[in-house]
Design a protein around this ligand. Structure first.
Ligand SMILES: [Zn+2]
Ligand SMILES: [Zn+2]
Length: 344
């Protein structure tokens, strides 16, 4: 099969011929139709996240099953699927409780093993992890579901308990931040988008954000605009400063959701726990979404309330994927998500 492979961190990946993956016990092999280019792939390529070399990146995939292990019950060759970026083992207590996204024995295609910048990718524990795609949803659009959109959906619905008419502040208007804007609008919230880049907040406004804020220190502005603070505030950036600012933007009993990964020296921000107690704020971490929860998200997509195609920018071929990954070293653009199309 064709695959994009890198042999060293930060060395330009190459499009090459690579052995086809074997079908795992209890798993499947997917012919990749489309796969998103994500900042997490770039972090792994840079060496910020440990991956075993040589490595095939890619985790935001949609495709068609070409091989199904005989132990798999729910899936057949030809089914169109996507998959969360975290795959649970299917057996442990967390998986049995439906919390596959925090499974201690999780696999992550494109991180713990070869990913979807390839014609074929193997996925484990298919009955636990696969998500069936609605017939009308094309594979390029579906590639946005596995990572950023699902992450934003669970963060706002499960952790934020975001209600119609409530104020949502979104800190950071990159991939997951813009997804949160789109989901927030679909849920009927009043969305306030924060980013120091005027272009990024303009994109958020296109997607339905009612108010945009470009101040370095957005807390006072957000609290004033929202009449005392947001009901839900989401940090999609992942720095100590943005995590603290996100909590600062909350009204009493507000909910902060941390989605941006806090890496290295940013990992332990000084959160104002005195205010968390006195005002009954809640602080949540959110990490992807289990497969079973996609049904609610896909219902919003199917009835037209939420259009993930609005997140897609450029569609490229697999031969252009190495350059697209490397281009993430440049300052972010507002062009939207880059999706690699491999087959239909
Ligand atoms: Zn991703
Ligand atoms: Zn498990």
């Amino acid at each position: 099969m064709r695959a994009v492979v890198y042999h060293e961190h930060q060395a330009l990946p190459e499009l090459t011929t690579w052995p086809d993956p074997a079908c795992p016990d209890g798993g499947v092999v997917v012919r990749v139709g489309a796969t998103g280019v994500c900042r997490s792939d770039w972090h792994a390529w840079m060496g910020h996240d440990p991956v075993r070399l040589p490595h095939v990146p890619g985790h935001e995939l949609a495709g068609t099953l070409v091989s199904v292990d005989r132990a798999v019950r729910r899936w057949r060759v030809g089914d169109r699927v996507t998959v969360p970026f975290v795959c649970g083992c299917g057996w442990c207590g967390y998986c049995r409780a439906g919390d596959t996204h925090v499974c201690p024995d999780q696999t992550q295609p494109g991180f713990t093993g070869p990913g979807s910048f390839a014609d074929l990718v193997a996925l484990e524990a298919a009955d636990t992890n696969l998500v069936r795609l609605p017939d009308g949803l094309d594979l390029v659009t579906a590639a946005s579901l596995g990572c950023r959109l699902a992450t934003a959906y669970r963060a706002l619905v499960t952790h934020g308990r975001l209600g119609s008419g409530e104020w949502l502040a979104v800190h950071g208007c990159g991939g997951v931040g813009l997804s949160a804007v789109l989901v927030g609008v679909a849920l009927g919230a009043r969305v306030l988008a924060v980013d120091t880049s005027p272009e990024a907040v303009a994109r958020a406004a296109d997607l339905g954000a009612e108010v945009t804020v470009t101040d370095d220190d957005p807390v006072a502005v957000v609290r004033e605009v929202t009449g005392g603070g947001a009901h839900v505030s989401l940090d999609a950036v992942g720095t100590a400063a943005t995590a603290v600012a996100s909590i600062g933007c909350l009204r009493r009993r507000g909910r902060h959701v941390q989605v941006g990964l806090l890496l290295g020296s940013e990992a332990t921000p000084p959160l104002p726990m005195d205010r968390v107690v006195a005002q009954e704020l809640s602080v949540h971490g959110s990490h992807g979404m289990p497969a079973w929860q996609y049904a609610d998200l896909l219902a919003l997509v199917s009835d037209g309330t939420l259009d993930p195609a609005r997140l897609v920018g450029r569609v490229i071929g697999l031969e252009d994927a190495p350059a697209a990954l490397a281009a993430m070293s440049l300052p972010p653009t507002t062009a939207g998500m880059t999706v690699v199309r491999l087959s239909t």
